[in-house]
Design a protein around this ligand. Sequence first.
Ligand SMILES: CC(=O)SCCNC(=O)CCNC(=O)[C@H](O)C(C)(C)COP(=O)(O)OP(=O)(O)OC[C@H]1O[C@@H](n2cnc3c(N)ncnc32)[C@H](O)[C@@H]1OP(=O)(O)O
Ligand SMILES: CC(C)C(=O)C(=O)O
Ligand SMILES: [Mg+2]
Length: 498
Amino acid sequence: MSDKLYIFDTTLRDGEQVPGCQLNTVEKIEVAKALESLGVDVIEAGFPVSSPGDFNSVVEISKAVTWPTICALTRAVENDIRVAADALRYAKHPRIHTGIGTSDPHIRYKFNSTREEILERAVAAVAYAKRYVEDVQFYAEDAGRTDNEYLARVVEAVIKAGATVINIPDTTGYCLPSEFGAKIKYLFDHVDGIDKVIIATHCHNDLGMATANTVSGIINGARQAEVTINGIGERAGNTALEEVVMTFRSHKELGIDTDINATRITGISSMVSSLMNMPVQPNKAIVGRNAFAHSSGIHQDGVLKNRESYEIIDPKDVGIDENSIVLTARSGRAALKHRLHVLGCELSSGELDKAYEAFLQLADRKKEINDDDVLMIAGQHRKASSRIKLDFLQVTSGIKVHSVASVGLDIAGEKFEACASGNGPVDAALSAIKNIIHRKMLLKEFLIQAINKGSNDVGKVHMTVEHEGVSYYGFSANTDIVAASAEAFIDAINKFVR
Ligand SMILES: CC(=O)SCCNC(=O)CCNC(=O)[C@H](O)C(C)(C)COP(=O)(O)OP(=O)(O)OC[C@H]1O[C@@H](n2cnc3c(N)ncnc32)[C@H](O)[C@@H]1OP(=O)(O)O
Ligand SMILES: CC(C)C(=O)C(=O)O
Ligand SMILES: [Mg+2]
């Protein structure tokens, strides 16, 4: 049985403080409901005294959400606490989160005060909040830079005043993981009554160590992680929910787990990113576009042989259907062959070698090779080694005239010619081919698409031809769409005359 780690999500409070991330009440309710489905234990819904809009959001989220605790932030100020209690009146499980800065710089510069005075204000705020709600969480702002001995005195005093959860924030993202872990351990070793409360971590990412510090704090006894979706938050952000959850899922030996339904992580990440206009960096752990994308040949080969060669998390576990194999100039034959297979093209090893050479030439010019490029490369190389090749094609077509095509085919080195008229140039060309290939063939599907834009574009033709009850797929791409159609038809025919 794993020890439960409580997930306290502050996307709607610390995340929403970020410039450009402000949400209206309707959007906040949408995020809160998604957080509830994700399985978070606590939603920090806002800072009610800060504005009428934030107050109203806390009221409406309290009504809309059933299971998670709804938390409202305050300063160690009586009016803030009264307003927060009022905003939480509909919450099924209300929590007031009050606190004050405890580091020397905060005491000296922010408050022009003393350690003793701050300790008294902390105790008074908790006692005051207890008049309104049972569940009172205390934060020692800038605990990361607070002297451990003094911090332990503050924590002990607020526990005596009735705090149920004690938040130890690394507000400025300053701590090293070992230092932050040692701070939590120090508190467990020196604070009377600490076993009666939950210790929380709230780490910022100024040095890129928010998740490492959170994990270190939890390993040392904290059991609530304060996090945001995608790690959004003040300055360099907060600890990312998805990183903490998947760290403990991936390291089962730590014996700690959350109630998060991780398959919803990708969905909520996109929702928050788009509502808050905060793009997720492509290499972001777990939720970045490249988190499950493999682009270099050696990795692609390894992953295609066995996913676990280069993946520690199954993408399905976080709500992604499958990993992606991105074709670039650093890809190898294994990746190209895999993509061709997915696209329904099987090449012999000689054909694959030739296609790979062409692929590398194109990939050196283009950053990423897409499926159309791959089909085009494969088509050219299949054509070169095909039994039947298009030798020439001439078409006369226009308005109020019959379309006529004359076609030359090279079949295993022998030349054949035929003419036909038809209902349009493609029909004429295909009829001429049929006049040479005396087999029963039925054109089942025929699709012409432009690859890019503009009248000088390459046209792609996908075709399905039925012969003796079996369907054969043909493809070609050419700036001349009649030629592309004739080639796609021949590509399909080559598959049953082989
Ligand atoms: C680390 C964090 O993320 S803390 C949360 C940060 N979030 C926010 O600040 C968003 C919401 N804030 C606000 O809307 C406003 O700042 C308010 C409503 C809280 C206060 O507004 P104002 O009264 O105009 O004060 P202002 O913002 O200029 O200054 C903050 C005051 O709060 C005091 N203060 C700051 N933190 C605390 C605290 N935890 N407990 C008590 N007082 C505090 C400051 O010392 C300062 O007081 P002073 O004016 O006497 O010097
Ligand atoms: C209000 C507190 C918890 C905070 O956000 C911080 O210290 O970073
Ligand atoms: Mg914070």
